[in-house]
Design a protein around this ligand. Structure first.
Ligand SMILES: [Fe+2]
Ligand SMILES: [Fe+2]
Length: 131
């Protein structure tokens, strides 16, 4: 793939990737607000499952894009996504984690940092590279 094709694909795809990031940030923020105001477990579990569902769909979207543009960091990025999904498995949360506890907070922080640092580094930096 030549640099111009790559740049055009990124320009087309980035708004949707960025919108998914904003939606994930909002869901995580809503979950944390729900914990603070004392939501019951079923409400929190439903919201948590939305975080997982959107994360799985979003990671697949990013991986598809990285593969399409033949990005050299594809395998590393895919591996990072797989680790986050494994950490977020619903059974782990539902059975053993405190919704307001530090373990879940660390998982959410890892996701937010990934989107800010690694995704912006891969996608947005590439899009700004001159073809
Ligand atoms: Fe992302
Ligand atoms: Fe990512």
């Amino acid at each position: 793939m030549n640099p111009r094709q790559r740049k055009l694909i990124l320009a087309h795809s980035l708004p949707a990737i960025a919108a998914e990031h904003r939606q994930l940030f909002l869901l995580i923020s809503n979950f944390q607000a729900g914990v603070r105001i004392g939501w019951e477990h079923p409400q929190l579990a439903a919201l948590y499952e939305r975080v997982i569902g959107l994360s799985i769909a979003h990671f697949a979207h990013e991986e598809s894009l990285l593969s399409e543009i033949e990005h050299p960091g594809f395998a590393t990025h895919e591996s990072a996504h797989g680790k986050m999904i494994a950490d977020l498995a619903p059974a782990t949360y539902l059975d053993s984690l405190d919704p307001g506890g530090i373990e879940l907070q660390h998982m959410f922080d890892a996701i937010l940092v990934h989107h800010i640092r690694e995704d912006v580094g891969h996608f947005f930096a590439d899009a700004e590279t001159d073809a």
